[in-house]
Design a protein. Structure first.
Lengths: 346, 346
DNA sequence: AATTTTAACGCAAACGGTTGCGCTAAATCA
DNA sequence: TGATTTAGCGCAACCGTTTGCGTTAAAATT
């Protein structure tokens, strides 16, 4: 049993006294093979339990029919649902997904890129590490004709393929809601400067304030390195201001969890003494006592599946004989505010 | 650029006027090639930026150097950290991980198995769907010499390779704690009968009660289909008993979240009117107002990395020339109780 | 000096399938 | 009926690497 080998087209050919090329074509319903021969071949193939050896084809076609996915952390719901989006988009194309978690480590991201290059994936989808600020490790891939599409956490660079999320739309909804509730002093707990998302959030913040003619006060803008301790420190910093903000926009739900704990530890009441708006839309709020007023959905699934479609376009293009330049595929989708109806949780 | 091709050993051979076999051996420091030749070959290889074509080797060796991982849902922290364990264990062997989420669908699980068989993975790691109760879709793999190792959610079958978690150890710790706190009437909210884990939890429950000489009352044993609504119904059922249990062992933390909400909706206080013990150890409790007394850690990372080691043993064995029967690799690791110190969350 | 050993390398097949081109015989055309 | 098209199939190269075996010349042995 250990020496069992799958039947090959050679054996089918031998059985029927035809050539391997005839078998090869017949199996794929090639028009230049007669109907009777095609039928006989396919019957014998079924009888023998023939299955095409993909490795042989991969080898000959110089393709692996697999794409690499590099993401920071699958334990984040955002990325795990992103992966589901990729899987679904890939299934139709009969491709395989090779996964690599960078775990927010730049070095690990580089290693994974190398490994995937070695394994000759046909393309790569990437969402960057928090640490990643240089992108040379992706440059090598272009030489090997391996297209790359970034999603969500994308490089701050021009000529790349990407799908990202426009946070303005969702945030404008949220700030509008805050203003309608009477809030005038809205703080911001932002992320580390390295992330493109951080700069983006800041710009959005400015836009929203301006849209509602609110006064800009740099005192209520703080930032966190995203560590638990620093999240708490940032929140504390805001609360210690002489006139603390009545509402705070927080980088994401993870940071918010720490902020809520900090506020509570002070004996303050969420959504009464201070209200929150956050990003990421974790699926946990419905179980929590204290929730933000709203969270901004960034559509992981949609981002990743569109990025996957982009990647397949590029892969298809790479297979073209002509040396035409590949297109630059870029798209930004709109975010949306998700409201949480509960008000207080004591 | 689009026609760019990587250098092959042929070109190195041509450059140096040696044969391809010499180059092949020299690149791998084969002893039968002279030192000078080896050096010259390796220098030219580096100069040309040579990289071995894995696809060619995969083809020739009839191996893909990739393993398949089939798990229900990456959005569950348990499975995402299991995947990390697999990745880490795999990295050392220069293998790739091909991922497939069954999303708790039996049909999808079958499809993924087929797909991975088609792609000739060298082995498969599986954690079963909740729906899965027949295992014929794995039988075909043995014929193709593709070893399978199950972990955590394993088939109720004898001659399989698996790593699972023994819940007795952790649960005994937990019940001992409950008893020491004065609890005498301990309920159980169990999972669906299909799951092996459900039967296991029931047996453990019996064992624990017997160990502490507590009275067994089937009235306080209910079960849930794991849906949100049914979780709440199960908890309500327990609270509606004339003499409700003062402590409840819950199938897992997800169910527990619903139970806690149900209890609170009744105006009861967690860890005062009713205490909980749960499984799975979600990383969310530290942010919650209401927490279980303890949760039982099932060591996803350790389970999966051991399962991966098992798989590599089997893969290695499959490569053996002799037709010797592969070993049966089975292991059960102990669970542990994780205590949560906070008492009440109002 | 004749023989055996050994070091160093080349030859060629093999892995399984695809594909451009050529060939033959039948069908179609003029 | 002779010339031309076409349907149906085979030949053989090719993809890149590995490996058993053969070959040659130098080194070691007797």
């Amino acid at each position: 049993m250990s020496e069992y080998r799958l039947p090959t087209i050679k054996e089918i050919a031998k059985r029927l006294n035809v050539s391997v090329s005839t078998v090869s074509r017949a199996l794929r319903d090639h028009p230049s093979i007669g109907l009777v021969t095609t039928m006989r071949v396919q019957n014998v193939a079924k009888e023998l339990g023939y299955e095409v050896n993909r490795s042989a084809i991969h080898f000959k076609e110089r393709k692996t029919y697999s794409i690499g996915v590099i993401i920071p952390n699958l334990s984040e719901p955002f990325f795990s649902s992103a992966l589901t989006g990729i899987e679904d988009a890939v299934e139709a194309n009969n491709y395989n997904v090779i996964i690599g978690q960078s775990l927010e480590s730049f070095e690990r991201e580089k290693r994974i890129v190398e490994n995937m290059k070695d394994h000759r994936v046909d393309g790569i989808l990437v969402s960057l590490t928090k640490e990643t600020s240089s992108y040379e490790h992706f440059d090598g891939l272009k030489k090997y004709n391996i297209p790359v599409v970034f999603f969500d956490r994308i490089p701050s660079k021009k000529n790349i393929n990407y799908v990202a999320c426009n946070l303005v739309s969702g945030m404008l909804q949220a700030v509008t809601k805050l203003v309608s509730l009477g809030h005038k002093r809205i703080g911001l707990i932002n992320g580390p400067a390295k992330l493109a998302a951080t700069l983006q959030r800041l710009e959005i913040y400015y836009k929203c304030l301006k849209a509602h003619e609110l006064q800009l006060d740099h005192e209520v803008i703080v930032s966190t390195s995203l560590s638990k301790a620093d999240n708490r420190r940032a929140m504390t910093q805001l609360l210690d201001i002489a006139e603390p903000p009545t509402a705070v926009i927080v980088f994401n739900d993870y940071v918010l969890l720490d902020c809520i704990a900090t506020v509570k530890a002070r004996g303050l009441v969420i959504n009464q003494d201070v209200s929150f708006i956050s990003f990421a839309n974790l699926p946990i709020w419905e179980y929590m006592d204290s929730v933000p007023l709203a969270s901004i959905e960034q559509f992981a699934y949609q981002q990743s599946s569109m990025a996957t479609d982009f990647l397949f376009q590029l892969i298809k293009h790479a297979g073209n004989p002509a040396g035409t330049e590949p297109p630059l595929l870029q798209h930004i989708i709109d975010s949306e505010m998700i409201e949480y109806t509960r008000t207080s949780g004591q």
